[in-house]
Design a protein around this ligand. Structure first.
Ligand code: ADP
Ligand code: MG
Length: 632
């Protein structure tokens, strides 16, 4: 006796996703077919994988396929697969009550400031719900491959808040998802329309997607016997020789693999033969996937591991370092054991070789873009440059290769046409322009291009015609912690440590310091413990003051950001450097009134702090001080 149908409520978050999906996907509703076929294909992959250890699972019906059919009278479309199927508990867990991270991420992304494109629904792991964009009722009938015929499950919902579950008798394993189309969705009841959608979105699914041939009923027969024909390419694209694959094929495969709508920017497809043979097909997207910046924190997807064409698992974490997490693709290994588990993978030495090969291929590809396709490289760099920078500290073996690919704004291009933050240079460009005898690549880090360019610490370098790289991404300061040298040249921040002065400059500096001794003493007394030291600067020509940091001190704008993010950062007392030749400094020197002198000294420090992107410890006091001085 079957239990009667049971009615349950969707979890609140699922109901929200359903609402969002049906309202925001409306202009791209055909996506449902891609998503349902993708699920059917996953189910076939899973069955094939489980059948390795338990061949009885697919015995008698081992030709895996996905059938798309329609019924014009009942106004339904059905996607049917003979894959792994689901138990009752799995149905509930997978499509009824998902409180998975995917659901939450989808909700966040769709309501966040930068709204994600709803068409990326498949990337969030909530693709099933796209069925409700075109259907006002969805029926799922499924039986897990290892369950008896009596334990089929029927799930049904109108997508409004509740679903029903019922136990049914099912002779065959697998899943059929039937969409009861909404009133104005009759387009999907046409064979040519379904066929063209399959070609468009699912051509490279590796299982045959079949649709019924439309045959005339013979006279005297009520309905013709159904004949199926395959509507997609149905082969593993990566296993074909490169010469047999067109760019369109590559792009089509990328799109179905990554649930992306944009073309890939570039790809690299290679076969390695030898003691260990494997194929890699790796893509660089043209836009960051929605969760790029969350890399490492969440389970990473995007790289599928196959062993002899059998899908084994998503293995982005095992096969790609974190800083290449934007890469999408397929690795197919011939020699790994088919029963490999994630734990085994993590200690597998063959896998280390494959991983190293993936990294090499991707870096080769990026180098090729940099060399031959500057526009594509610029697109790449805009999307993923900051992610790539993580590799400088993450991947010591490839540090120099990665550093070679980095680009920065620079004072060296200011006189060139189109100068600005977009006019960037590489370390090699910089080295090519170095003066004879220069052994250091100079840079400054700041909050923004404008802040970097306006840094008072650049003045002496500008005066001497020494190029300085202007780094304004948050990650730069952190990255440079792992990059003290490039191509034998030291990398140094112009705001940190002592400047290497030549003999003449050194003498001038000493003389100036000596002459300024009483002034330095006066400033130190006026500023008290707001500063650790006051010095004459070798960095300044135009500005009255700047901060100087020790070699190992964090740049003030970064310290501020970390503090704002809730980190407990020590408040280092800054070293103030002054320019004794500046009129404002001279005014402090000449000011006899102590209160006035203290205000002026305070402003010297505060303007240096502001220029460095530091946090003013007491902004109100600064404003009052400035107003007193302005009103004189
Ligand atoms: P995703 O495919 O990214 O996991 P979906 O919302 O598309 O997200 O599907 C949710 C889950 O429902 C799948 O992970 C799978 O467990 C289950 N599922 C959906 N369709 C099928 C199917 N045809 N066969 C077996 N399981 C399925
Ligand atoms: Mg899916």
């Amino acid at each position: 006796m079957n239990a009667p149908a049971e009615t349950r409520k969707f979890e609140a978050e699922v109901a929200q996703v359903l609402h969002l999906v049906t309202h925001s996907l409306y202009s791209h509703k055909e996506i449902f077919l891609r998503e349902l076929i993708s699920n059917a294909s996953d189910a076939c992959d899973k069955l094939r994988f489980e059948s390795i250890a338990r061949p009885e699972l697919s015995a008698g019906d081992s030709e895996l396929h996905i059938d798309v059919s329609w019924d014009a009278t009942a106004r339904t479309v059905t996607v049917h697969d003979n894959g792994i199927g689901m138990t009752r508990d799995e149905v509930v867990a997978n499509i009824g009550t998902i409180a998975s991270s995917g659901t939450r991420r989808f909700l966040e992304a769709m309501s966040g400031e930068q709204k994600a494109d709803a068409r990326l629904i498949g990337q969030f792991g909530v693709g099933f719900y796209s069925a409700f964009v075109v259907a006002d009722k969805v029926t799922v009938v499924t039986r897990r491959a290892d369950a008896p015929a009596g334990e089929g499950v029927k799930w049904e919902s109108d997508g409004k808040g509740e679903y029903t579950l019922e136990q049914v008798e099912l002779a065959e394993r697998g899943t059929a998802v039937t969409l009861h189309l909404k009133a104005d969705e009759d387009d999907f009841l046409k064979g040519w329309q379904l066929r063209s959608l399959i070609r468009k979105y699912s051509d490279h699914v590796a299982f045959p997607i079949r649709i019924p041939k439309e045959v005339e009923a013979k006279e005297g027969e009520a309905a013709p016997a159904r004949e199926w024909e395959t509507a997609n390419d149905a082969s593993a694209l990566w296993a074909k020789p490169r010469a047999d694959i067109s760019d369109d094929d590559y792009q089509g495969f990328y799109k179905s693999l990554g649930h992306d709508f944009n073309d890939a920017l570039a790809w690299t497809h290679n076969r390695v033969e030898g003691s260990q043979s494997f194929t890699t097909l790796l893509y660089i997207p043209s836009q960051p996937p929605f969760d790029l910046m969350m890399g490492g924190r969440d389970e990473r997807k995007g790289l599928k591991l196959y062993i002899k064409r059998v899908f084994i698992m998503d293995a982005a974490e095992e096969l790609l370092p974190n800083y290449l997490r934007f890469v999408r693709g397929v690795v197919d290994a011939d020699d790994l054991p088919l029963n490999v588990s994630r734990e085994l993978l993590q200690q597998n030495r063959q896998l280390d070789r494959i991983k190293a090969a993936c990294v090499k291929r991707v870096l080769d590809l990026i180098e090729k873009l940099a060399r031959d396709e500057p526009e594509k490289f610029a697109t790449f760099y805009k999307a993923f440059g900051n992610t790539l920078k993580e590799g400088v500290s993450e991947d010591a073996n490839n540090r120099e290769r990665i550093a070679k690919l980095l680009r920065f704004a620079s004072t060296g291009t200011l006189s060139m046409p189109g100068a600005g933050s977009a006019q960037t240079v590489s370390f090699d460009d910089y080295i090519g322009r170095m003066a004879v005898g220069q052994d250091t690549i100079w840079f400054i880090t700041a909050d923004s291009y404008a802040a970097a360019l306006g840094s008072p610490q650049l003045e002496a370098f500008k005066a001497k015609g020494i190029e300085v790289l202007l780094m304004s991404d948050r990650i730069d300061e952190w990255m440079l912690g792992s990059l003290s040298e490039y191509a034998g040249k030291k990398l140094k921040n112009v705001a940190k440590g002592e400047l290497p002065l030549d003999e003449a400059d050194k003498a001038k500096q000493e003389e100036a310091s000596k002459a300024a001794e009483p002034l330095l003493k006066k400033l130190k007394e006026l500023l008290g413990d707001r500063v650790s030291e006051v010095k004459v600067s070798a960095r300044l020509t135009d500005s009255p003051s700047c901060l100087a940091l020790s070699d190992y001190e964090m740049a003030p704008h970064i310290a501020r950001l970390l503090r704002e993010a809730g980190h407990d950062m020590p408040q280092n007392k800054p070293t103030l450097e002054i320019n004794p030749a500046h009129a404002l400094v001279k005014r402090v020197e000449a000011e006899a009134d102590e209160a006035k002198a203290r205000d002026l000294a305070g402003l010297l420090l505060e303007q240096a702090e502001i220029a460095a992107g530091a946090q003013l410890p007491d902004p109100a006091a600064f404003v009052q001080r400035m107003n007193r001085v302005l009103l004189g």
